[in-house]
Design a protein around this ligand. Structure first.
Ligand code: AMP
Length: 301
């Protein structure tokens, strides 16, 4: 596997591959690789002739009080892991290579895109998605891939990147890859490494809770539809009963041992709009803390 630290050397490699008619698949990451990342590479290998991964902990997507400094960095192990899945090349640039004219270049100002920056995780991580779009755009400019692979685990990120590509008419196909989980259903994440074994036990409850809650929402929606056929008075009283029986998702997560909950919401997978009635596009999305570790997850039935 080739290891590139410089844009110029990587570009030569890409030009060489393209001149032989080869397609390029791209897997951007922040490193501390786990089986979820490697699965993206495997999917990319199935689709493209040449697969390039990148490892870059992008400072512009971290807030001032977030974990940029302590984000796990494991370059040697990462390159070994990429080798095992036959990744063709890895790009490991430093900040100056990615942002030669400073951090503030390439910030997108498109209201049609920015409207998705302030919901869900964006409401709690100001500037995060502007930073994500900035770095992904820059990496796309360098790598010029035919396909780029992103995990559904970061569902809002996947959605925003798709939107960016669509709005800017970029000739890149974005492929979303299902979330890889451990044997308890916990979404694999580089940040899971921060968890103690007790915290891990709490973390593993998140996916189970989300599934139960989404199933509850589905039954609630069909009950609502049934009740709507009855008299208004009967409808309202039964609905009140049902609503009081449904407890609040945030409280339930706190009771399970999460220490803070940013949000837990039902959103449409295609539009990211809030949903008040279940459909086959409904996705439950949540972000919650255990101590200082912030976990996100989402799923659909
Ligand atoms: P990160 O290194 O956290 O920025 O993630 C790099 C890419 O890997 C992103 O597209 C993530 O969505 C994806 N990814 C992270 N964890 C998982 C997972 N458990 N399953 C699938 N993809 C993942």
């Amino acid at each position: 596997m080739h290891i590139f630290n410089k844009v110029s050397a990587l570009k030569l490699f890409i030009e060489g591959a393209k001149s032989q008619g080869k397609t390029i698949g791209f897997v951007p990451t922040m490193g501390a690789l786990h089986a979820g990342h490697l699965h993206l590479v495997t999917e990319a290998k199935n689709k493209a002739d040449i697969v390039i991964a990148s490892i870059f902990v992008n400072p512009t997507q971290f807030g001032p009080n977030e974990d940029f400094a302590k984000y796990p960095r494991k370059q040697e192990e990462d390159t070994e892991k990429l080798n095992t899945v036959n990744c063709n090349a890895v790009f490991i640039p430093d900040v100056g290579e990615v942002y030669p004219s400073g951090n503030s270049e390439l910030i997108t100002h498109n209201p049609q895109l920015e409207k998705y920056f302030n919901i869900l995780c964006g409401a709690f991580r100001p500037g995060h998605f502007a930073g994500v779009v900035q770095v992904v755009k820059r990496l796309f400019d360098i790598v010029t891939p035919d396909y780029a692979f992103f995990g559904e685990k970061d569902f809002q990120q996947l959605f925003i990147i798709r939107k960016m590509v669509e709005l800017e008419n970029l000739p890149i196909k974005i492929i979303g890859v299902p979330t890889q989980r451990d044997e308890y259903g916990l979404a694999l994440s580089s940040r899971n490494a921060y968890l103690s074994s007790e915290e891990l036990n709490v973390a593993r409850k998140l996916n189970i809770f989300l599934r139960e809650r989404l199933e509850g929402f589905k039954s609630y929606s069909s009950l609502r539809a049934d009740l709507a056929k009855q008299s208004r008075q009967e409808f309202n009283s039964q609905l009140d009963c049902f609503a009081s029986a449904r407890n609040d998702g945030i409280t339930s997560l706190l009771n399970l041992g999460f220490t803070k909950v940013d949000y837990i919401e039902f959103r449409n997978s295609l539009t990211l709009e809030l949903e008040s009635i279940y459909s086959d596009k409904t996705r439950i999305i949540a972000a919650a803390y255990i101590g200082k570790t912030r976990l996100i997850d989402n799923l659909k039935l």
